[in-house]
Design a protein around this ligand. Structure first.
Ligand SMILES: Cc1ncc(COP(=O)(O)O)c(C=O)c1O
Length: 388
């Protein structure tokens, strides 16, 4: 594994690189794409090996017998997260945004409220709105650069029409790895308001020295309202496979979800199954090395931001997505965006798309080759040199 190996993703149908110009006006010829949450690295060799085998077999028909595939998932959850999963509790969806949409169809009705702790991954709100449910924004408290929850405030916000809460654990953006006590707080909140709790743990493998706790371990007593979402997409950079897992221990909840899967005729894609099995069986060493590499990148980003007066990057406990507050620069959104895009030639996400509390932030994806990252950070520093 060589994370420094340059990979030219231009003209490969890459959302991240091929859409940076139309969306952000940044030319990929001399700019750096730091928006969409995928990485500029090759996946573990086991992925290409598994796909090569498929190609050499030349078999692309309907897939059968999920037992090995499911055992690979349970093996990973057990080995890496100390979480024992029954293989019969696993569903496979077209990625996790699809899983969230299917959860909404399964457990809520039109106009029901769905609680989000904002700012949070923007696709949640998009799917909730598209399904004619209501987004209920419970804003996280930014406690000196660290997101925390305020359950008294959230309790006061509830009016009884809410039916579901979606937790992002670890959190995107902001990178918090929620503590067992915080997870307990979310579980109790769901219990108090009779909410289905969807815990999206897609970022659980990419932590930096802080231990992630799977929700079933933090609150084993809420299995009757818990739906777990996991996927190898972020960890192993195989998001294009659109393969995610919904893990439901409770039989009643499982039946409802199975009915939605049947009603929408949702069946997994064999390429996603094969890739998932490959990484969960053979990806341990690769992901351990990746975490070390990303940790170094994270420090480079933080050191750069610290040199620019007015910028504050949150301390990332997880994810490869730096979350930087521009509020104290005193600049308007358009001014700092223009400097980032036109002067530093960086495409980064706009904080406001993540909901309440994100307005003055930008999100920078640092999962790229070190040399590319350093060059981008130098350009960023230059773009704000008048402040230094
Ligand atoms: C919390 C979270 N959930 C889900 C996704 C994407 O899921 P998928 O691509 O499997 O639909 C992302 C991508 O960034 C994410 O951050």
């Amino acid at each position: 594994m060589n994370f420094d190996k340059p990979i030219d993703r231009r003209n490969t149908h890459s959302l991240k690189w091929d859409m940076m110009k139309p969306l952000y006006g940044v030319d990929p010829e001399h700019g750096t794409s730091m928006w969409v949450a995928d990485m500029d690295f090759e996946p573990p060799a086991a992925v290409n090996d598994a796909l090569q085998k498929m190609i050499s077999d030349g078999v692309y028909g309907y897939f059968a017998d999920y037992s090995d595939y499911r055992n690979s998932i349970t093996g990973w959850m057990d080995r890496r997260h100390g979480w024992s999963v029954d293989p019969e509790h696993i569903f496979t969806t077209h990625g996790l945004v699809n899983a969230v949409a299917l959860c909404m169809q399964s457990y809520t009705q039109q106009n029901d409220g769905v609680v989000l702790f904002t700012p949070v991954y923007h696709a949640f709100a998009r799917v909730i709105n598209a399904a004619n449910r209501r987004v209920v924004e419970c804003e996280l408290v930014n406690n000196d650069g660290r997101y925390e929850m305020d359950f008294d405030a959230y309790d006061a916000q509830m009016d009884g029409t809410e039916k579901m809460v979606i937790l992002c654990s670890p959190h995107n953006p902001g990178g918090r790895v929620w503590t067992p006590a915080e997870l307990r707080g979310v579980a109790d909140f769901a219990e108090r308001h009779n909410l289905i709790l969807v815990s999206d743990e897609v970022h659980h493998d990419l932590t930096f020295g802080v231990k992630h706790t799977a929700m079933p371990l933090a609150a084993p007593d809420i299995a009757h309202r818990l739906v777990m979402l996991t996927a190898p997409s972020k960890t192993f950079n195989i998001a294009g496979a659109y393969s995610g897992n919904v893990i439901i221990a409770d039989e009643k909840l499982r039946k409802k979800f199975a009915a939605t899967m049947a009603a929408t005729a949702t069946s997994p894609n064999s390429f996603g199954l094969v890739m998932t099995q490959a990484v969960y069986d053979h990806g341990d060493e690769w992901v351990d090395a990746l975490r070390v590499y990303l940790d170094e990148n994270r420090k480079i980003v933080d050191a750069t931001m610290a040199k620019i007066p007015g910028l504050k990057s949150m301390e990332m406990e997880s994810t490869f997505l730096s979350w930087v507050d521009f509020a104290d620069t005193g600049m308007s959104q358009s001014e700092y965006r223009e400097r980032i895009q036109k002067t530093a030639h960086i495409a980064a996400n706009y904080g406001e798309t993540f909901g309440k509390g994100g307005e003055t932030f930008m999100r920078f994806n640092f999962a790229t080759q070190r040399a590319q990252l350093i060059a981008a950070m130098e350009r960023l520093q230059d773009a704000f040199s008048d402040l230094q």
